[in-house]
Ligand binder design. Structure first.
Ligand code: GLA
Length: 664
């Protein structure tokens, strides 16, 4: 047992062990594989909580990220070879180039800043060879002068740590990395939050005054008793809680608890809630389901790299998840890699596409380049105020995929102005392609003219009904579109993911998402059998498709707009008295895996039942469902499975044409 062994062998510093509490499930999962499979299956994942209207908006309120965070990070620029000089040079360039004014506010130190823990006190010590200002005149050591300096420049400093006992750079095997990580005793080298959550958070976010914290997870994944770092370099052994290829062998609850503990420590240290908490567990441990309830930005995949396929991989891990992003918590497909490799100044087409894609899905815009050397052409990309405005639009609606294929995608994002949409048409393929864009993609009236403004070239054009574009390999077109709404006096729910909190998505057994482009893994190369679908979250709530990426359809009737979800689900919709009518056509979706059970659809207003459908099963026509929501703050949409003849779960249901209308 990981925790028992840890406690027995730990020096004093670890005795306030963090509450990583491997559950019963992990214990049995450590049995031989066959036995483990037999035993784990029934108890692997918690039974779904009962479905009860909460009567309020329960989305994460901790931390501060009303819009996707913007800033700079040292990692993609310098890896562990970072220094105060380098960070400040990029910071200054961010100011001089106007990027700071354009909204890039965070200056984030990633892995590599540490000298280790003070063996006497357990306090973390900053590497003063890399950050000289941390060496205080009186002989002390503190990151406060650096953090204060960043704040004096009008910016916000960010720091990095790991939720386990050790960080990702400590598992690296290159001689440079090994030379750069803290040396010394076990206690000195245990630089992660393990056993020190409260103390470290108070130091970093309290005493030192950082405003943003990225919390990585290598400490929970890479320091097993048989691992190289433990055997060869003497790190603390920690039986992994995360198995990246198997959710069954991952202790999802323990990983979530470890991050939750960090969230609570942050709230305690910063009761004013003025911090951003980045959860970096790379799409593993089912974080794509629970992360939205814990952190302000949630990494949805393993690391990005500066090549096209890898960018597609991390993008895809976030782009099908519009309903899991909203003000307060955002999908994070990793930091920008503009300025490197296939996104450098010789690949401006790719660099613009990468930036536009991050912008439209409301990804955090965190620059990862040495800005002191960035050519103007790349500064112009980061500084495109129209693309920034697309990302930072106040409504906080992530872009939704309006057309999907491996080669070409169209993403559409509803802006705060009801008549305006952001649009990205992207040619993901290596050949030239033709793209049709029509009013239907935009949910605009096909008979009314649509005005397009190209957010890169600033050219204005227009069409009525449909138009066509020719796109070169990897090219994208980014527009602001203005037209007459198909739904004249309101919005489809799938147009406003920023107002929706999927409180329960009905998933009972995490399954890996197969829609993600399978690129070569950054760290493994082609040495293993390839990166199979690995990030759970498949089967979650979707805008305009069913949870399994199928078109919405109830008994043969297709819906271009709607929410697809599993029964056993509850969504909260922020109405705030803005619309007076809710309407939908509801039923079991033709893509259901469970064609025998029945579902009842219920609509609540501030906790009061407003409307309810008859029990419906697959093969029955959709039923209209309407509710008056005039004075309602929070609408709740519950799809409740009735009867379980076909076995619980996997009952795919559709809220067709779900909409809020009669805007006040
Ligand atoms: C992991 C993270 C990266 C970066 C490195 C630092 O790989 O995913 O974003 O922070 O660790 O070692």
């Amino acid at each position: 047992m990981a925790v028992a062994r840890l406690a027995a062998s730990s020096p004093p510093i670890a005795q306030t062990a963090m509450t990583i509490a491997p559950t019963f499930r992990l214990r049995i999962c450590l049995l031989p594989l066959a036995a483990a499979l037999a035993l784990c299956a029934p108890c692997a994942f918690a039974a779904p909580a009962t479905l009860k209207a909460s009567g309020k908006w329960t989305a994460l309120a901790r931390g501060h990220a009303p819009l996707p965070p913007m800033g700079w990070s040292s990692w993609n620029a310098f890896l562990t070879d970072l220094s105060e000089k380098r960070v400040l040079a990029s910071t200054q360039a961010m100011i001089n180039s106007g990027l700071a004014k354009a909204g890039y506010v965070y200056v984030n130190i990633d892995d590599g800043w540490w000298a280790g823990r003070d063996p006497a006190t357990g306090r973390m010590v900053v590497n003063t060879a890399r950050f000289p200002s941390a060496a205080l005149a009186g002989g002390g050591n503190s990151f406060k002068p650096f953090a204060d300096h960043i704040k004096a420049l009008g910016l916000k400093p960010g720091i990095y740590t790991d939720v386990g006992y050790n960080s990702c750079s400590q598992q690296a095997n290159s001689p440079e990395d090994i030379a750069r990580v803290p040396q010394g005793t076990l206690a000195q080298k245990s630089i992660g939050l393990g056993g020190n959550v409260g103390r470290d958070i108070a130091l970093y976010m309290g005493e030192w005054g950082f405003d943003y914290i990225k919390v990585d997870a290598c400490g929970l994944a890479a320091f097993g008793p048989e691992s190289r770092p433990v055997k060869e370099r003497g790190y603390r052994a920690f039986t992994p809680l995360i198995d990246p290829v198997s959710p069954l062998r991952t202790d999802i609850a323990a990983v979530r608890n470890a991050y939750e503990e960090v969230g609570q420590a942050l709230a305690k240290t910063r009761p004013a809630n003025d911090f951003a908490f980045s959860v970096c567990v790379w799409g593993d441990a089912d974080v794509r389901s629970w992360g939205q309830h814990v952190g302000n930005m949630i990494r949805t995949s393993s690391d990005i790299a500066p090549w096209w396929g890898r960018m597609l991989h991390t993008f895809d891990s976030a782009s099908h998840r519009a309903l899991y992003a909203r003000p307060g918590s955002w999908n994070d497909p990793d930091m920008l890699f503009v300025g490197h490799g296939e996104f450098d100044e010789h690949h401006l087409t790719e660099a613009r596409t990468h930036f536009s894609l991050w912008a439209i899905i409301n990804a955090p815009l965190i620059i990862g380049q040495d800005l002191s050397r960035a050519p103007q052409a790349l500064l112009d990309i980061y500084g495109n105020t129209d693309i920034i405005a697309l990302n930072q639009d106040n409504a906080g609606n992530a872009g939704v995929i309006a057309y999907d294929s491996d080669d070409l995608q169209i993403l559409v994002k509803q802006l705060a102005d009801p008549s305006k949409k952001g649009v990205v048409i992207v040619n993901r393929s290596g050949s030239e392609l033709t793209a049709d864009l029509n009013a239907g993609h935009l949910k605009f009236d096909p008979a009314a003219p649509v005005a397009l403004r190209n957010l890169w070239t600033k050219q204005v054009s227009g069409f009525t009904g449909a138009t066509q574009f020719r796109l070169k390999a990897h090219e994208s077109l980014t527009f602001e579109a203005q037209g007459v709404r198909e739904l004249a006096d309101g919005l489809y729910l799938s147009e406003m993911p920023g107002r929706i909190h999927v409180a329960q998505d009905g998933i009972t057994a995490p399954q890996a998402d197969p829609t993600i482009y399978r690129s070569i893994n950054v760290w493994a190369g082609t040495q293993n059998g390839g990166e199979r679908p690995q990030y759970t979250g498949w089967g979650g709530a979707q805008a305009d498709t069913n949870p399994y990426d199928g078109a919405l359809q109830i008994n043969g009737k297709g819906y271009r707009s709607g929410i697809g979800i599993l029964a056993g689900s509850r969504m909260e919709v922020k109405n705030d008295g803005q619309f007076t009518q809710f309407s939908a056509e509801v039923g079991v979706d033709d893509g259901t895996r469970n064609s025998r059970d029945q579902v009842v659809f219920e609509v609540y207003g501030d906790g009061r039942l407003l409307a309810k459908s008859a029990p419906l099963r697959w093969g029955q026509d959709a039923r209209p469902l309407k509710a008056n929501v005039g004075a309602v703050k929070v609408i709740e949409l519950i799809a409740r499975q009735a009867g379980a003849q076909g076995g619980a779960g996997n009952l795919v249901v559709t809220w067709g044409k779900a909409a809020l209308t009669a805007a006040r």
